[in-house]
Design a protein around this ligand. Structure first.
Ligand SMILES: O=C(O)CCC(=O)C(=O)O
Length: 246
C-alpha cells in the first residue's frame, strides 16, 4: 500500500493495515525474542474484562527490538501524521491465548486530551507476529471513533459497526490512539502474538507505569550512532532511536 492510501484510511477510519514488512527470518527472530521475553518477564494482564499475557518495555529487554522503533517505512507514515516531534511512549508485547475473551472497547486517550478534529496525538503501531484473524483475536476497532469526543461508548449505546482488521503474519496495524478499540476473543487454537508500539507527540516519554519505563541502557545516542549491532535488515544510515527514545 502506498503512503497516500494509508493516510487516507487513517483520516477516514482511524486505522490501516500495512502489507507484511518483515522477512520470514526477521519475524522468526522476533518470535523467539518475544517468547523468551514472555518466559523471563511476562505477566498475566487483566484489563477491561480481558486477560492476556503482557511483556512490558521490550527495547530495554533486548536491543534487537530497536529495529522496530525506527523501521523506515512505518516511521515515515507515523511522522507524516504526527509530525517529527514525537517519542516512542512504550513498546510491549500482548499475547492472546486460545480461550482468552474479548476486551471491552476503550481508547488510549482520555477525554481531557481528546482532539475530535485536527492531527492525531498518538498512534499505536501493532506488529503482527502471528496473523490477525477474527478467530485468533484481531484487535476490534470502531471505524471513525477517533473523532469521538468521549473515550468509550456510553453504556446504554449499542455499537453496531465494529471492524476486526485482519492481516497475515508480518503485517502492521496502525491506529489512532483515540479510536475505540479492544482485543478480540481468541476462539482459535493458536496464540495471537503482537508487539504494540505507541508514538506520541511531545518531547518526553511519559511511562504508563513503572514497568513501561524505557531504561537508559536501551537508549540510542543523538549523534546517530547505532544502538545495536543486530538488526532485522542490513540498514545503512543513522538510527532514529536516540531521538525517538529521548
Ligand atoms: O491486544 C489487542 O488487540 C488490544 C490490546 C489493547 O487495546 C489493550 O491492552 O489496551
Amino acid at each position: 500500500m502506498d503512503i497516500a492510501q494509508a493516510q487516507f484510511e487513517m483520516e477516514v477510519f482511524g486505522f490501516t493495515v500495512l502489507d507484511p514488512l518483515l522477512t520470514e527470518p526477521e519475524v522468526s527472530r522476533l518470535t523467539e525474542l518475544v517468547d523468551a521475553a514472555d518466559t523471563s518477564d511476562g505477566t498475566d494482564y487483566v484489563y477491561d474484562g480481558a486477560f492476556a499475557r503482557h511483556v512490558a518495555n521490550l527495547p530495554a529487554r533486548d536491543d534487537r527490538f530497536l529495529a522496530l522503533v525506527d523501521y523506515p517505512s512505518v516511521l515515515a507514515l507515523v511522522e507524516s501524521i504526527l509530525g517529527t516531534d514525537i517519542v516512542l511512549g512504550s513498546m510491549n508485547a500482548r499475547i492472546v491465548w486460545p480461550g482468552d475473551p474479548e476486551q471491552g472497547l476503550h481508547s488510549d486517550i482520555p477525554k481531557v486530551h481528546r482532539r475530535p478534529t485536527g492531527r492525531p496525538i498518538m498512534l499505536q503501531v501493532v506488529w503482527m507476529i502471528d496473523g490477525f484473524t477474527t478467530e485468533s483475536g484481531a484487535t476490534r476497532i470502531v471505524p471513525g471513533s477517533h473523532r469521538a469526543a468521549v473515550p468509550a461508548p456510553a453504556p446504554e449505546r449499542y455499537v453496531p459497526h465494529i471492524s476486526s482488521p485482519v492481516g497475515a503474519a508480518r503485517s502492521v496495524l496502525v491506529f489512532d490512539g483515540q479510536c475505540w478499540h479492544g482485543g478480540g476473543a481468541n476462539t482459535g487454537d493458536a496464540r495471537r502474538r503482537a508487539v504494540f508500539a505507541h508514538y506520541r507527540v511531545g518531547p518526553y516519554a511519559v511511562p504508563d507505569g513503572p514497568d513501561d519505563r524505557l531504561l537508559p541502557g536501551s537508549l540510542g545516542s543523538d549523534d546517530g550512532t547505532p544502538t545495536s549491532t543486530a538488526s532485522y535488515s542490513a540498514r545503512s544510515g543513522p538510527t532514529q532511536c536516540g531521538r525517538l527514545l529521548r
